[in-house]
Design a protein around this ligand. Structure first.
Ligand code: ASP
Length: 246
């Protein structure tokens, strides 16, 4: 039997000390602990790495502190467009969604794409239709509104800048989880609102298998955070796996 393990992240960027206080720090720490414990419990009870990463990420999507699901950042049009991907290291099966504006938990829909369709990535109306057909909850735009993200958007927009979630004001970013279960299977999941003030229609690395998300039992599981354009150019998540494949 394999020893299970899980790692999660809550996004890249720098939260300035001046924008942090003890209370805030505790809130962030406790949120991360809550998310990792959800996946960890699944693993120690013999569940799959896939369930563990999906549930840890779903928890962070529901937490407005993170730039994914509920706390997603704003596009330059003042809308939300979320990307997510999940990959099963057992068989390299993968699913992803992009530009989702009304799906409560994009990671759950990415999993539905992987498990219930012949495709890897969906966006647009057919992705929303798939959500409805598979009982993946939708939410209206008010659900995704958070004042701190809105302030970041106003700030970035005034400076004509596209920013990582942490760059301008406190807050966590893109979320991700990687895990190995008792059977030695690996999985990775990543979810994001993207970057503040991004162009509508911009898809980031988090939705792209091999760029921001990858898992292969032979090598490793990877979930990236940071400016997605670099990860897409470098096919980074796959590259890490390929470097381990000797
Ligand atoms: N990688 C994400 C993106 O480019 C941003 C992030 O990690 O915060 O969409």
């Amino acid at each position: 039997m394999n020893r299970p393990a899980i790692a999660i992240h809550g996004g890249a960027g720098t939260i300035l000390k001046s924008q942090m206080n003890e209370e805030k720090e505790l809130l962030y720490r406790n949120s991360l602990i809550e998310a990792i414990n959800i996946g960890w419990r699944i693993l120690i009870e013999g569940g799959t790495a896939l369930d563990a990463v999906a549930e840890s990420v779903r928890n962070m999507e529901d937490n407005p502190l993170f730039n994914a699901g509920r706390g997603s950042v704003f596009t330059s049009d003042g809308t939300h467009e979320m990307d997510a991907a999940i990959m099963d290291g057992r068989d390299l099966n993968a699913g992803a969604v992009a530009l989702m504006c009304n799906v409560k938990n994009p990671i759950l829909l990415a999993r539905v794409v992987m498990e219930n369709t012949h495709h890897v990535m969906l966006c647009g109306d057919s992705a929303v239709k798939l959500a409805v057909e598979n009982n993946v909850d939708l939410a209206d735009k008010d659900y995704f509104f958070t004042q701190s993200r809105y302030d970041q958007y106003v700030n970035a927009s005034a400076k004509d800048k596209i920013t990582l979630d942490h760059s301008s004001e406190g807050g966590h970013g893109t979320v991700g989880a990687v895990a190995v279960d008792k059977s030695g299977h690996l999985a990775a999941a990543t979810s994001t609102g993207g970057m503040t003030n991004k162009k509508p229609g911009r898809i980031g690395d988090s939705a792209i298998i091999g760029a921001g998300n990858y898992a292969n039992n032979k090598t490793c599981a990877v979930s990236c955070t940071g400016q997605g354009e670099y990860f897409m150019r470098g096919v980074t998540a796959f590259d890490v796996s390929a470097m381990m494949d000797f």
